[in-house]
Every structure is written in C-alpha cells, then in structure tokens.
Design a protein around this ligand. Structure first.
Ligand code: NI
Length: 158
C-alpha cells in the first residue's frame, strides 16, 4: 500500500491540461494502485491523477459497487440535470452548488488499454463529470453556481 499526497487547489498541477496515456505499463499500474489506496484512505468518491501531481488522463471513480479505473476517458452521453452540493479532496472543507447531468456515460480504456464504457446516475454521473474536468485543469469552483453556506452544510448533515 502506498499513499500519494493529495495536492491542494493552490498547486499549479491542478490547473493544467493533462496528456493522454500512451503506455499501459507497470508505471501506470503502480499509479493506479497508489491512487486506489489514496482514494480509499481519503474517504472520497473520485480522484484524478493531477491531484497527486501526475499530468496524465487517469481518474478513479467509486460508483458504490467498485472503483472504476478510467484511462483517457471521455463523456459520450448525458441526460437530464441535477443541481446539488459538490466537494473536492483538493478544496478542503468547502462545498459548492453545481449543476451536472443526471446521467452520464463515459468511454475509457482500462489499465491494459482495452476500451470499455461505464454509466451512472446521480452521484456517479456527478463524479464522472467532476473527475474528467480535473483532466482539463477545471475545478468545480470554476463551474459552480455559488458556495454553500455553513448553515446549508449543517442542514445537509442532519
Ligand atoms: Ni476534485
């Protein structure tokens, strides 16, 4: 088990466009394994490679059943919309109100380079969008409608 340090949004790595993964090698597999450990340890639902300082198109999304490894992912279909609270492991202690599609389908490669599709609704669709945005250097704070207030956060915890 190897944990990687999660960078804060103040780090320039969080604001850069990531490169495509071309080599599906041991180095990629080590990154994925470390990101998985780091995500589980953090208690979050998604993690993007730039959050651990690696500017490659790699994200993990926990859909509630398993942790999906998405390499070179793109969103190929969306439907509906949802407006709700969103946070980020790189923006500690804060939440914003963000509009996302209710449903999203992604196409991505697995750790061996094979293409597959994955889909999700609600939190999983939100997470797909949030994590893929990270690969283009976009944080939710750039697309949110507004910050959530302390009162709203406390109400959400009830
Ligand atoms: Ni994030």
């Amino acid at each position: 088990m190897a944990l990687r340090k999660i960078l804060s949004h103040l780090n320039p790595a969080l604001h850069k466009k990531c490169k495509l993964v071309e080599n599906f090698d041991d180095k990629l597999h080590k990154l994925l394994d470390d990101m998985r450990d780091t995500l589980v340890e953090s208690g979050g639902v998604g993690l993007a490679a730039p959050q651990v300082g690696i500017l490659r198109r790699v994200v993990l999304v926990d859909n509630g059943e398993e942790i999906l490894e998405l390499i070179n992912p793109t969103i190929v279909a969306t439907d509906g919309e949802q407006v709700g609270p969103e946070g980020c492991l790189s923006v500690e202690g804060k939440y914003g109100l963000v509009k996302r599609p209710y449903y999203a389908k992604v196409r991505a490669q697995d750790r061996n380079g094979n293409w597959f599709e994955a889909e999700g609704e609600e939190l999983t669709a939100r997470c797909f969008c949030h994590e893929l945005d990270h690969l283009d250097g976009i944080l939710y704070t750039k697309v949110m409608e507004r910050w959530l207030t302390e009162e709203e956060l406390m109400a959400d915890e009830d």
